[in-house]
Design a protein around this ligand. Sequence first.
Ligand code: HEM
Length: 131
Amino acid sequence: MTDSDVTISMFERIGGSATIDRLVDRFYDRMDTLPEAKMIRAMHADDLGLIRDVLKRYLTEWTGGPRLYTPEKGHPRLRQRHFGFAIGDAERDAWLLCMRGAMEETVTDGAARQDLNKAISGLADWMRNRT
Ligand code: HEM
């Protein structure tokens, strides 16, 4: 095996935990303030402190970084965990508006941002549970 065979994870491509921390903080700041995100903000607890920490742990693991989510929370079963919230096209779009803005601000590598956007948009699509 040569060096070129080593796969670089998305976690490394975007700049590791420093970037994930900023990304998630900007994401919830946007959710907390954008008028377009009001309906998804209302689904969340008043205090966003806890969920900031959980999403940081989840995204760290999902992008190929350290396993900070599963050992504590068990298998993600993310779609099931969202069944309690009515998520249709409008909610997905609001979520992605916050996430894409946060990515623009925090993920400086354009190619990595494009790939991450593609993967996370697929995940947001899959999270819909209402037509
Ligand atoms: C598509 C629209 C989405 C909406 C409206 C939404 C909404 C929510 C809400 C209301 C919660 C509960 C928050 C709380 O406990 O206060 C939650 C939890 C969570 N969401 Fe989403 N979400 C969406 C998509 C996503 C996507 C795409 C991801 C992953 C990239 C994600 C990751 C998570 C995680 C990790 C949790 C915590 C689950 C746990 O308890 O372990 N969500 N979401």
